[in-house]
Design a protein around this ligand. Structure first.
Ligand SMILES: Cc1ncc(COP(=O)(O)O)c(C=O)c1O
Length: 382
């Protein structure tokens, strides 16, 4: 069997987008909020049940939205350490100071730790939970805790979800994109909804939407007159064409993905000793990453297991290791260990997963895992 890649993005065939590309090229309207960016924002908003703004990347949307939500220079922003470093980078660029929180066993933000951090730190300007791999964070608990902390201080603390992994996810019928004060998606190549590169803010607050629309265009109010902070965070028409095409078939892709993820989980559970993550009832899950864990106490075997998988033609990654608070650029903001985050991050193995993965490929991966788990015992006896 040829090597099984970590991902294969869902991309249109050339013929499916050629007419739109031709139209945009011949009109010369290749950027600056043309027809396709407008259509993409409108249809994404209808899909989510919120208003949207497209941006050049998810990181850009995180940064602009944090500022639009009123983050002030030097204010603290609570985020889970188990995330991609872009969450932390956006906080720094927006002028905030990251405060790292623990995760639960499902790798989303721990409400109990969040509550303690809010009690300890007075000047918290925002909270950024992450829908890790596409699994919705504990939104109700988190928002109750943050609202209570805001009431105590006599000012609102905004909750902005990093929904980079989660366009298409929902919990109890409510789509990710409609929670908190704002949610920010990435539309980059590893994501469920791909626009090549790109990001999107979704919010039900028209003021946040209006402000980020200006901020992504250099802060211009009108007539080349900048009234707001701003950068170039625009999405081009070409990116929007790809995003729009993928959005229009997202329902179909998601349905397929749910079936495949269920089958994959069953195979891994039946054939291997790897731990898997919970998939709660009523959750539609993008499985942006399909990650398993080497068992507790065997973290030191993880690299050997990954090497064995590669020898068997299975590409993997350790998403996300090291956790952000242990990365060189961020360690200065870490003032305590995060034992659960550190343990889980040292045990993750992200397996190949994509909408077009075949039954044979999933079987091959499960069998390769079963063979690679011989390392658990070698590690345990050391
Ligand atoms: C959790 C998380 N946040 C933010 C980002 C940044 O998104 P982008 O690559 O579109 O800037 C990513 C990218 O993978 C991510 O995984």
């Amino acid at each position: 069997m040829p090597r099984i890649p970590l991902i294969k993005p869902d991309l249109p065939q050339l013929e499916e987008v050629a007419d739109s590309f031709r139209e945009v090229l011949s009109s010369g309207k290749i950027t600056n909020f043309g027809k396709y960016v407008s259509a993409f924002e409108k249809e994404a908003g209808e899909y989510l049940g919120a208003e949207t703004v497209t941006t050049s990347s998810g990181t850009m949307a995180l940064l602009l939205t944090l500022q639009a939500l009123g983050l002030k220079q030097g204010e603290k922003v609570i985020l889970p350490s188990f995330t991609f470093m872009a969450t932390g980078q956006a906080i720094l660029y927006a002028g905030g100071v990251p405060v790292f929180a623990e995760c639960e066993n499902d790798l989303t933000l721990s409400p109990a730790d969040l509550e303690q951090l809010l009690a300890k730190h007075d000047n918290v300007g925002a909270v950024i939970p992450v829908h890790t791999y596409g699994l919705p964070a504990r939104t109700a608990e988190i928002e109750t805790i943050v609202d209570a902390a805001g009431r105590k201080r006599g000012r609102k603390i905004p909750v902005m979800y990093d929904a980079a992994h989660a366009f298409g996810s929902s919990a109890a019928g409510r789509r990710v994109g409609t929670f908190g004060d704002a949610e920010v998606f990435s539309l980059s190549v590893t994501k469920m909804l791909v626009s090549v590169e790109g990001g999107m803010l979704a919010s039900r607050n028209p003021e946040t939407i209006a402000l980020v629309k200006k901020m992504r265009g250099y802060g211009i109010e009108a007539n080349y007159n900048a009234q707001w902070p701003g950068l170039n965070g625009k999405m081009s028409e070409f990116h929007a064409i790809i995003g729009l095409h993928n959005l229009r078939r997202l329902g179909e892709l998601m349905a397929d993905r749910q079936k495949k993820a269920r089958r994959y989980l069953d195979l891994v559970k039946a054939r291997t000793a790897f731990d898997t993550f919970p998939w709660p009832q009523g959750v539609e899950h993008t499985f942006k990453d399909f990650t398993v864990l080497v068992p507790p106490g065997t973290a030191e075997t993880r690299d050997a297991v990954m090497a064995s998988l590669l020898e068997q033609g299975v590409e993997t990654r350790a998403y996300f290791h090291p956790p952000v608070h242990q990365q060189g650029w961020f360690a200065r903001f870490a003032d305590r260990p995060l034992p659960r985050t550190e343990d889980l991050a040292s045990r993750v193995i992200t397996l190949p997963f994509y909408t077009s993965i075949t039954e044979q490929e999933m079987e091959h991966v499960a069998n390769a895992l079963a063979s690679a788990q011989k390392h658990f015992h070698a590690g345990a006896s050391r």
